[in-house]
Design a protein around this ligand. Structure first.
Ligand code: ATP
Ligand code: MG
Length: 357
């Protein structure tokens, strides 16, 4: 029987609640005749590690992850540590160290969940946002001079390479091609940002020639936000830069009902390194330790993890269990207007997996 080696990194805040819940679902799946098993290794990196060791993860931490089949991640963020330190010290270190250049974010309205778009039928909102995850606005290049003086200045340089742009566009076209509608929207701001964004548009035209069966269009990011709200059904697969897709995917999650249900995969499409799966929400310290965290975003991330491992039947089973649970309002957590706890939702998904074994 195949055994998958999974690293779990709960990180901070509600990451410590939802990642163990995700692990429970994987264990329940393996226990109900999935035909494979898991070997978990848990890494206590994050804010607590920072307080003890002065860094978010050990310098050689990537070596411990290298041999894993996948990583299940929670969140990096701590009210007592600056956000750019927690983010760059852990999550981005892994994303960049393992060149997980494609950040994939599916969004749809799950059964039983009420989004804010009252005119929208469930099928109208079924998107995958592909976020460039290795360069662009989050390259980390820049600097600050004359701190505190009237002439103080700072830059954040956005670096876009032909290699980086082409590989993410190619990934997005391929993903669009694999979905029923075979439709891609390429999002830029090429009217105002006249160098790198114009290069995106040009490369999109070039890459599109290899995907003649994919219908595609271009949209400016500002117009895209309005289109997501007003005409959700006109979108399917969406590709955008690191910053733009970061913002658009929070909007997408909110339109689908809650930040708490949205998943992400940080993928190395070439499979040189382990890929990492995580809910899109952050550490949410306001609800930490109260059992209020919605674990559905993590469970959906677990579905993506299983798909990445090639376990499509198991992935479909977990997705069906999630949908059966969201369809029942008595199993909604507070962010969805309900009163269920993290543990109750987790137990319900696990019970459903056992029942459908
Ligand atoms: P970070 O600084 O790590 O990004 P954050 O405090 O900004 O974390 P987010 O997780 O980004 O918090 O989410 C914003 C708010 O949405 C939270 O404060 C929380 O109230 C709510 N929220 C986020 N995720 C969940 C979840 N899984 N379940 C319930 N509520 C959530
Ligand atoms: Mg946040």
């Amino acid at each position: 029987m195949k055994t998958y080696r999974i690293a779990t990194i709960p990180g901070d805040g509600i990451g410590k609640e939802v990642v163990p819940a995700g692990r429970q679902v994987l264990e329940a799946l393996a226990a109900t005749g999935a035909g494979f098993s898991f070997e978990f290794e848990d890494f206590g990196w994050g804010g607590d590690w920072f307080r003890a060791h002065g860094e978010m993860m050990p310098a050689n931490g990537l070596d411990a992850l290298r041999g894993k089949d996948a990583i299940l991640f929670g969140s990096a963020g701590d009210p007592h540590i600056p956000d750019h330190v927690t983010l760059w010290g852990l999550r981005l270190k892994i994303c960049q160290g393992f060149d997980q250049y494609a950040n994939v974010r599916p969004t749809r309205i799950l059964p039983g969940i009420d989004g804010p778009l009252k005119r929208c039928k469930a099928d109208d909102l079924n998107w995958v946002i592909v976020r460039e995850n290795s360069e662009g606005e989050y390259s980390g290049v820049g600097g600050r001079v004359h701190q505190g003086h009237p002439i103080e200045a700072a830059t954040d340089v956005s670096i876009m390479t032909r290699t980086g742009v082409e590989r993410i566009l190619r990934f997005a076209f391929k993903l669009a091609q694999s979905r029923p509608r075979k439709q891609l929207t390429v999002i830029t701001k090429s009217n105002a940002q006249r160098h790198a964004m114009v290069m995106w548009d040009e490369i999109a035209v070039q890459v599109s020639r290899d995907f003649p069966d994919v219908t595609w269009d271009k949209e400016l990011v500002d117009a895209a936000t309005a289109r997501m709200v007003n005409k959700p059904a006109t979108l399917d697969t969406i590709v955008a830069t690191n910053l733009h897709a970061d913002i658009l995917s929070d909007l997408a999650a909110a339109l689908a009902g809650s930040l708490g249900i949205a998943p992400t995969g940080n993928i190395d499409p070439e499979r040189r390194y382990p890929s990492m799966f995580e809910p899109i929400h952050g550490s949410a310290f306001d609800i930490m330790g109260k059992g209020l965290a919605n674990p559905v975003g993590t469970f959906w991330s677990v579905v993506m993890l299983l798909e990445h491992l090639g376990e499509h039947a198991a992935a479909a089973r977990v997705m069906q269990a999630i949908e059966a649970v969201t369809a029942d309002p008595s199993l909604h957590t507070r962010d969805l207007g309900g009163t269920a706890t993290t543990a109750q939702v987790t137990a319900a998904v696990c019970a459903r997996l056992a029942a459908t074994a």
